[in-house]
Design a protein around this ligand. Structure first.
Ligand SMILES: [Zn+2]
Length: 307
């Protein structure tokens, strides 16, 4: 069964360590050899600029990650293909792995909308407005001010709508989350879990989950141990608990997976890297029909890629 994954931080890791090989880097949770053997279908690759990069250097850093995406992930491998639309994802023949660029946080563009337009022209198809803190677009969930979308943030979301770009609500403040839902129907929460099960502020409460389901958004259940269990001692069973809960809210067609591999230090004890995906699939199959598992693994995400 093919696997679509809505979020990883491979680009950031490869930017930090230029010696890392995408093919078989042992320090990568998501490397090509593991993706091939597990049955990868599509991977979303986030441009995440480390907090330590000074503001003035952030846009260059984003461009360097775009460069890594094309030169070190796509170009060397015949079976890895850049994907920009739903139709392209659908048409990928078996044996090919799609790769889609996303942006995790708009700090890199400062207050320059042209920079975002440039990143979209370079292939970015999903944009998170901020990471955990505040920027020119909105506040993140750990910014105590808790502000919503700024006028600039609204401009960004309008640009997304004009260009068929997802707005990613993972990491946003509660207010920014609701503001985004007012502005667009192209919504993904690429890597967030259920707050009712694990109280970390990065997770989504029932009202938010229900609103995402009503909006027909994608909800990418994530493997981050601290978003799976309050005691962080997470395993595949916990991922199933989060999936079951979203299903109970009526979200069976919205659930996808957003591992956050390579963006996390700790991993679930039985899901340590991309190569362990088949174990998750096996456990899902014990509880859900083949069609439902296909939905979680790839179809729900594929059907919602902006066209
Ligand atoms: Zn993240």
């Amino acid at each position: 069964m093919k696997i679509y994954d809505a979020h990883c931080d491979v680009l950031s890791k490869m930017w930090n360590d230029p010696s890392l090989s995408f093919l078989d880097g042992a320090d990568l949770h998501t490397n090509l050899q593991q993706m091939r053997s597990a049955g990868a279908g599509l991977q979303l690759f986030a441009i995440y600029i480390p907090e330590s990069v000074p503001d003035a250097a952030k846009f260059d850093c984003a461009l360097e990650m775009v460069d890594i995406f094309y030169d070190r992930i796509i170009r060397p491998y015949d079976d890895v293909v850049a994907v920009y639309s739903r139709e392209e994802a659908r048409r990928l023949p078996p044996g090919k792995i799609g790769a889609m660029l996303t942006l995790e946080g708009c700090d890199a563009i400062g207050r320059e909308i042209t920079r975002l337009k440039t990143l979209i022209r370079l292939g970015v198809r999903s944009v998170g407005l901020t990471w955990n803190y505040g920027n020119a677009a909105c506040d993140g969930i750990l910014e105590t001010r808790g502000g919503g979308l700024t006028d600039f943030g609204k401009r960004i979301v309008r640009l997304h709508n004009e260009n068929g770009i997802w707005t990613d609500v993972s990491h946003l403040s509660i207010q920014a989350f609701w503001d985004v839902l007012e502005e667009t129907d192209l919504i993904i929460a690429s890597h967030s879990n259920v707050k009712k099960i694990c109280t970390h502020p990065r997770n989504l409460d029932d009202q938010q989950l229900k609103a995402l389901i009503k909006k027909d958004a994608v909800i990418g259940v994530t493997f981050v141990p601290k978003f799976l269990r309050n005691d962080r001692n997470a395993s595949i069973a916990d991922i199933l608990d989060h999936i079951d809960y979203i299903v109970s809210l009526g979200g069976i067609a919205n659930i996808a997976l957003g591992s956050d591999f390579d963006g996390i230090d700790q991993v679930p004890r039985d899901l340590r890297s991309y190569g362990d995906y088949p174990k998750l699939i096996e456990e899902l199959r014990m509880r859900y029909s083949n069609k439902e598992v296909e939905g979680f693994l790839w179809r729900n995400l594929q059907e919602r890629i902006p066209s």
